[in-house]
Each structure stands twice: as structure tokens, then as C-alpha cells.
Design a protein around this ligand. Structure first.
Ligand code: CP3
Length: 343
């Protein structure tokens, strides 16, 4: 039995709406914090397949979500390309040397770093109920490049945007290398048991329109084409966060099967501007989930109503925050399952 989430991503609309949350495996869960404290750093957890499997399954056991997203990180791709990667407490990721000071050719690739991730996918798939969809993922080339170039997260990705203008030939090469390794990484995840894939383009929102075409639409479309050739039945969810009105071109031009929508877009606009019948995933503001209360229930019900004529996967507009109370998640689940009277 393929399950409600996979059916919905394949374009079928049912009475029930499937649900999962971005960053559902993570710090808002006491059972995650406990394992993290016992095992050490974040990367140690990612590369320990037993721990990563346990963390992937935690939110499924607790909440019964329709999809389990692999516990890993988009920055495993730079690490496997040979760039140093550390997660420093309170500072976020650091990659070294950064591409502003070094050449990609000077890195020694370490593709074996993907092996424990594939093992995590395999053991999750073996332990999950049949009707829970195993979601693999990767960062999109643009977003991954912003970390590789600057060596860390940046507020407006300006080093990378400037590099792309200054030296588009070099930047195209960086994007092509990331695209190729991402295709092989996602094929590995699919062969290990991932049934659908999400492409996270978290920083798509900082690009001017022509740059968006070149660095977001083109590489995502290359990844989707390659996956369609090797694994035609596996749906790809594209999530170009912050794309605004460019979401419509993204949905039409990349070939993705479904689009993730962030909280800045009005669901009415999304519904009117995406191709009819295209599955949509989103788009509750994670801060409203943090705040909770009647406003949370009302907004979730409104989103459900607006997307009721097309396949819809309920999700947040971005990852769940670490201080989100568990009771608010429970209230949201009850709302999506129709257990709370319309407000
Ligand atoms: O539950 C899930 O969604 C699966 C796991 C997952 C993580 N990161 C775990 C994680 C996924 C899908 C990601 C994607 C990711 N990672 C993105 C794209 C989505 C987004 O949020 O925009 C990005 C940009 C990253 C890079 C990254 N990883 C940053 C900037 C940070 C530090 C900031 C932070 O939130 O701590 C991480 C660390 C990270 N990735 C944690 C988790 C659970 C926190 C690690 C910890 O301290 O325990």
C-alpha cells in the first residue's frame, strides 16, 4: 500500500490530507535532545546510521506523520566533495576552506561519506510502516553553493551573488559539480529506499529574476530530468523558499512533481497561479505554530480550504522551530485530521 502522502505527491486528491513537517526530526523533541546529549555532535549523529535511523523514526512514533524525512543535512554534499565541515554550537555550520579562497579542484572527494546516509535510508525503510513514505532530500545547487563559497550561512548570500556576477563561468562550474554529485547522491538514496525526494532551495529568494532562471530553475531542472530518466516513478518536491511570484515559473519550468510553498505567499495566489492539479505542500508559518492558540487553528483550516480542490500535503512554510511546544504540534495534527470544529 503506497500510502496517502505518496498518492498525493503522485497527483491524487483524497478526502484526507497527508502531513509532515520540515525539520520534524530535531531539537523541539525531548527524545532528540536526549540522544544528541548522549552521542555528541550533530554530525556524529548524522554519520551514525543507527542513531540517525532512531531520530528519523522519533516523530513518526510520537505523531504518526505520513512521511519520514531522512535525518541528515544538505551540507553532507560539500563534505563528500572534500570540503571541511563542522557545526559549532550556537554558530551554525562552518565549511573550510571556503571557495572564495580556494578552488574546488583542490579538494579530495570523499564519496564514501554518503554510505552511512544510504544505510540510514535502508534501515528506516525496513522499520517504517508500509503506508509511511520515506522522504530523501538534498539541497539545491544554488543553496549549497552559498555555503561552499562563503564558508558559512550569510544573511543575504551576497558573496555568492557577487561571485556569480563577477565570474559566471567559474560559478557555472561550481553549480555543475554540485548538480552532478547531487544527482548521484539522490539516486543512491532512492536505491536505498527513498520513495520521494525534496530539493531544498532555502536561499532561492535572494536572486534577481535572470539569476533565478540560471542558478535556481536550470540546475533544479537538470536534477529532475536526470532522476526522471533513472527513476521515473519517484516524485520530486521542489522548495524554492522565498521565490515569491517566481514560484509560478519554477513550477512550470523545472519539471518538479510538487512544490513546497513558504509562508510569505497567500495560498489563494498560489492556488490561482500554479498549474491545475499540481500537488502543493505547505504553507503554515512556523512562528504561528510556535505561538499556538485559535489563530493557529484558524489559519490551518483556511490553508486546508484554499487547497481543497488540488492534491495538498500539509506542512509548514519552513522548518519547525526548536522552541515549539509539543502541544501545539498535537493541536495542529488534530486540526489537519479534521478533529477540531471549523472556526
Ligand atoms: O527533520 C528534517 O527536516 C530532516 C533533517 C534536516 C536537517 N537539516 C537537520 C538539522 C534537513 C532536511 C535539513 C536541511 C537543511 N540544512 C537546510 C535546508 C532547509 C532549511 O532549513 O532552510 C539548510 C539551509 C541546512 C543547513 C544547516 N544545518 C544549518 C544552517 C544548520 C544550523 C542552524 C540550526 O538550525 O541549528 C544546520 C543544523 C541542523 N540540521 C540541525 C538539524 C536537526 C540542528 C543540529 C543540532 O544542533 O542538533
Amino acid at each position: 500500500m503506497p500510502g496517502l502522502l505518496l498518492d498525493t505527491l503522485n497527483g491524487r486528491r483524497a478526502d484526507k490530507v497527508p502531513m509532515w513537517l520540515m525539520r520534524q526530526a530535531g531539537r523541539y523533541l525531548p527524545e532528540y535532545r536526549e540522544l544528541r546529549a548522549a552521542k555528541g555532535g550533530f554530525l556524529d549523529l548524522v554519520y551514525d546510521s543507527d542513531a540517525a535511523t532512531e531520530i528519523t523514526l522519533q516523530p513518526i512514533r510520537r505523531f504518526g506523520f505520513d512521511g519520514a524525512i531522512l535525518f541528515s543535512d544538505i551540507l553532507i554534499v560539500p563534505h563528500a566533495l572534500g570540503q571541511g565541515l563542522e557545526f559549532l554550537a550556537g554558530e551554525g555550520p562552518k565549511l573550510s576552506p571556503r571557495l572564495l579562497d580556494s578552488k574546488l579542484e583542490s579538494f579530495t572527494a570523499a564519496p564514501e561519506r554518503f554510505d552511512p546516509i544510504y544505510q540510514t535510508v535502508r534501515s528506516c525503510r525496513a522499520q517504517l510502516p508500509d503506508d509511511v513514505t520515506m522522504l530523501g532530500f538534498a539541497g539545491s545547487p544554488w543553496t549549497v553553493a552559498t555555503y561552499m563559497v562563503a564558508g558559512e550561512g550569510s544573511r543575504d548570500q551576497h558573496e555568492t551573488r557577487a561571485l556569480a556576477y563577477r565570474d559566471p563561468v567559474l560559478f557555472q562550474l561550481i553549480i555543475d559539480v554540485i548538480t552532478d554529485v547531487t544527482v548521484s547522491y539522490l539516486r543512491g538514496q532512492i536505491e536505498a529506499g527513498a520513495e520521494a525526494i525534496q530539493l531544498f532551495d532555502s536561499w532561492a529568494g535572494s536572486l534577481a529574476p535572470d539569476e533565478f532562471e540560471r542558478w535556481v530553475i536550470a540546475p533544479n531542472s537538470a536534477i529532475v530530468d536526470a532522476l526522471k530518466q533513472s527513476h521515473p516513478g519517484v516524485p520530486v518536491i521542489g522548495f524554492p523558499k522565498g521565490a515569491g511570484e517566481k514560484l509560478s515559473a519554477y513550477a512550470r519550468e523545472t519539471g518538479v512533481g510538487a512544490v513546497g510553498v513558504d509562508e510569505t505567499l497567500d495560498p489563494l495566489w498560489v492556488n490561482a497561479n500554479l498549474p491545475e492539479g499540481m500537488p502543493v505542500q505547505g504553507n503554515l508559518d512556523p512562528l504561528l505554530l510556535l505561538a499556538g492558540g485559535d489563530a493557529l487553528v484558524e489559519r490551518a483550516q483556511l490553508i486546508l480550504k484554499v487547497f481543497s480542490a488540488r492534491p495538498h500535503v500539509f506542512n509548514l512554510g519552513h522548518g519547525i522551530g526548536q522552541f515549539t511546544p509539543i502541544e501545539h504540534v498535537e493541536q495542529l495534527i488534530a486540526t489537519v485530521r479534521g478533529e477540531i470544529a471549523p472556526r
